[in-house]
Design a binder for this molecule. Sequence first.
Ligand code: H79
Length: 707
Amino acid sequence: MPAARRSRSLAFAASLAACGGAPSTPADTTSVASTTSVTAFTPEEVAAAQKEQDQRMAWWREARFGMFVHWGLYAIPAGAWNGATHHGEWIRDTARIPLQEYDQLQAQWNPTAFDADAWAQLAAAAGMKYLVLTSKHHDGFCLYPSGFTDWDVAGSKNGRDIVGELARACAKHGVKFCTYHSIMDWHHPDYLPRRPWEAATRSTDGADFRRFESYLHAQVTEIVQRYRPAVMWFDGEWESTWTHQHGLRLWSLCRALAPEMIVNNRVDVHRAGMNGFSMAEGALGDFHTPEQEIPANGLPGQDWESCMTMNGHWGWNAADGTWKTTTALLHNLIDIASKGGNYLLNVGPRADGTFPPEAVERLQGIAAWMKVCGEAIHGTTASVFDPLPWGRCTVKANGDTTTLYFHVFDWPRDGQFVLPAFANEIVGNPRLLGGAEPGLLFALGDAIPTGTVNVPATPPLPHANVIAVRVKGSPQPFRAPLVVADGDTFVGAMAVRLRANGPDGEVRYTLDGSEPGAASPRAGDAIPLTATTRLRAQTFAGGTRPVGAAIDRTFTKLEPLPPTKQRATQPGLRVERFAGDFSKVPDDLDARQAEATTTTPTIALPANVGERVLLRHRGVLAVPKDGLYHFVLTSDDGSVLRLDGQTVVDHDGLHGPTEKRGTIALMAGDHTFDLVWFNRTGGATLALQWHAHGAKPAAIDAAALRH
Ligand code: H79
């Protein structure tokens, strides 16, 4: 998945637009253009908007941990319908329940054991600083009495205002109350589109999406004015009817209603797939929302929150026993905090209003840990070190000192904890949270004030143990040397540069596979490579002590493949079509008989290519000059690109529309081209781009393809 490239300023244009006046009326489509014409803002205006965003995000950035609550009518069937037990909050869709049948759940809504105070107390004790409740999920049912629909708790036999009770309970327990409100709505007659499976039976006659937008704005206004949520968490924005203009109007409404309210990025349409990272410049929202995943390297410089379930479902599913352990949940929290994000951990309450005991047990386990180690989570920022093999690090600045919290997942059995290297002076004794005081001895390593901490052989806490080290100033970690190289493969020769990454230190390297030592050559000028070479490098503090992570990279010299002798005079590629239930490219394709053969001028799927189909594009690719060529292959489902019989990109298997890259060295001239693609069911995508090393990817021009 590509990392998001977005400055935090994404929300500025719109927040400035919103400052300019009242939000536009949704039905008034003529005003849209003027609302969205984002003209140039002065640097002062941008700085003011940035400051405003920083102010409203301040508590959220400190919080690091929140509770998600998915609750609604779907808790009544608890995941089971017609014998299947895998459903969740999507049950009306996944079990294809007709509206009239689903409507009957409203009469059964009767959460007699709902105790808002108990929920808020559990969240507070677990160190969760905010709670996000589904005021409305995709099924459209509202957990509060809405003035704009009867499809709400007020229309059930138990009229309790769940949102109101929980908002008050959260306030009492010092937990910020927030609401999740789905844009997608499977109940409102004006919402479009219908679910594909109900399109024939649920008429869209008279449906008007502009009226739905008015309804959505009315409900958001109602919720904000009545319950003052600290965060408005939108979702279900990915359907075709929701546009950036709709997002801008909803964002502007929120900004005008409650300038201090935080709004997630799902208000707008620019997420890349379901992973929750806004990709486009100008995408709205205060924070990114990766779902069920933790970005491998965080999203440096940006605000993000990973929402994740405790088992495999958001809504209550009685059959789901796949509960993550308390250790796994805490490691997620620590991992996310160490990458600078927030963790929004879900609970799916049961229909009677109680949390499942498995969830309570885990929350209590987390609470016990947080009681001792909460200071290592709350108010911290991302690690400054290279990935640590034994755990994670969080950082907290306090005036002119900084506390480094080392969260140890794998406790050193020999009682010797080796600190990651940094150049700061340590203040006082390291602390083992939850351990006996003073407890720790500290041994200086060389001239650099880092080294080994003596720790008890048995740590005090389950799940993870935290060693807190206070240092002077801001952290100065030693990190792996920076490698400046133009890729990992080359033709002919290439140059690689090494640079120290951090405080004073020497970078030393080897090219023969041996471990770099204090006597290895010191990096200075560019290192020329003329053959495949393994480069190993390390920073040495004081000239002798290896510090930070080591570099171990192989640069591969490729010999360009000679052109084929195959004659190809016809323009375009030959396309063979095969029928079959493929889940991967079959090995025996050469032996199979195509059911049809056509030609194509460029690589593009025919309209309505269909399902259970495989297309094989063959011919030659004319390469303009000797060199490295990179290929970007996007497909849904699988595809494999071969040139001159060599696999260049293997993007095989069943998957959604994702891209994969590959590199090959080619001499000028024709090369045999063989691109296989298949679709089992659902979406069908195929695109191939290429570029010479150093150039930008582009589609393959028809002039380069013959057969
Ligand atoms: O509210 C939770 C989910 O219901 C919602 N976002 C989180 C916070 C969400 N909506 N859509 N998705 C997540 C992704 C869509 C997944 C789907 Fe499926 C795959 C929809 C249908 C197939 C998951 C699996 C839901 C039903 C089956």
